[in-house]
Design a protein around this ligand. Structure first.
Ligand SMILES: [Zn+2]
Ligand SMILES: [Zn+2]
Length: 296
């Protein structure tokens, strides 16, 4: 009952142009296909503005589940060019056109983003030719992070580099709206930039990797992957330095261990609030954090 009341309240307040900042996890997964955890993507809303952080596999399905018709999502930020964070972009773009999106969509990303967008738009030329007359469809406008000069948006998104092993252009984001702040680590191992940006933040959304000793000892490839992500000891260091009001572990690479194990280990050395993200988990950042499930 409380859940439905909260959802009703949010819909009502958004309709009235509330200045509440809301985040919804559309997908919380990794490259591994999982119906319960689609590809990484977060929808951020305030007033009439909506934006996405990353566009992983299946996000149009989640947007449909929450009744979002894409029309207000005019800015998308890509943390890096690993496919699990960008593979949903074509589907978002083409489906938003079918839904008659009127405005172009800005895609902010690291080096390589323009080439990626050009390739995407070329790849679907025939579909666009069949469906639309002339150039009459919404375009992707791809902008390299280095070219962002003015951010006119009311939600301020600032990219910062992190440390994702072999990926030379990988970013996290600091998101500010009024007096609220969210930090998204992106895919990274322990990163000074994440720590510096996340000190005292309202919400830290941080990736995590954890394995049993047996699995790690027997898997050479996994040991390599392990170095590009943040393990339990590292996240404890991050949290004890930053002390976010709420930490949400996301993009969890768990091998031979489960979420309960990870939380138990973290809580031995850190007493703050830590939870795991779930698809369609939504949070209002007001005087306190209201966490609820939307769309199910
Ligand atoms: Zn990833
Ligand atoms: Zn990655």
């Amino acid at each position: 009952m409380i859940k439905y009341f909260v959802i009703f309240f949010v819909l009502l307040s958004n309709a009235n142009g509330s200045d509440l900042l809301n985040i919804t996890f559309l997908g919380t997964g990794t490259p591994r296909p999982n119906l319960d955890k689609l590809g990484p993507s977060i929808l951020i809303k305030a007033n009439q503005e909506e934006l996405l952080i990353d566009v992983g596999r299946g996000i149009t399905l989640r947007l449909n589940q929450i009744g979002n018709n894409y029309s207000k999502i005019n800015n998308i930020y890509l943390s890096h060019m690993h496919y699990d964070h960008i593979i949903g972009l074509a589907d978002f773009w083409l489906t938003s056109n079918l839904w008659q999106k009127k405005t172009d969509t800005n895609i902010y990303g690291p080096k390589g983003v323009k080439k990626f967008c050009d390739g995407l738009m070329n790849s679907y030329q025939l579909d666009l030719k069949y469906r639309y007359e002339g150039n009459n469809y919404s375009k992707l406008k791809c902008i390299n992070f280095s070219e962002i000069s003015i951010n006119n948006n009311k939600i301020l998104v600032t990219p910062f580099t992190n440390d994702h092993g072999h990926v030379d252009n990988s970013y996290g984001f600091k998101i500010l709206f009024n007096d609220k702040s969210i930090v998204y680590s992106g895919d990274t191992t322990l990163s000074k930039n994440v720590v510096n940006n996340a000190k005292g933040t309202d919400i830290l959304i941080h990736e995590i990797i954890a394995t049993s000793k047996k699995v790690l000892d027997n898997n050479k490839k996994l040991r390599k992957v392990f170095k590009s992500h943040t393990n339990i000891n590292q996240i404890i260091k991050v949290l004890n330095t930053c002390k976010p009001k709420l930490t949400i572990l996301n993009h969890a690479l768990l091998f031979g261990v489960n979420e309960e194990y990870v939380l138990r280990e973290i809580k031995k050395s850190y007493s703050g609030n830590v939870i795991f993200s779930k698809d369609l988990m939504s949070i209002d950042l007001g005087e306190e954090h209201n966490i609820f499930n939307i769309g199910k």
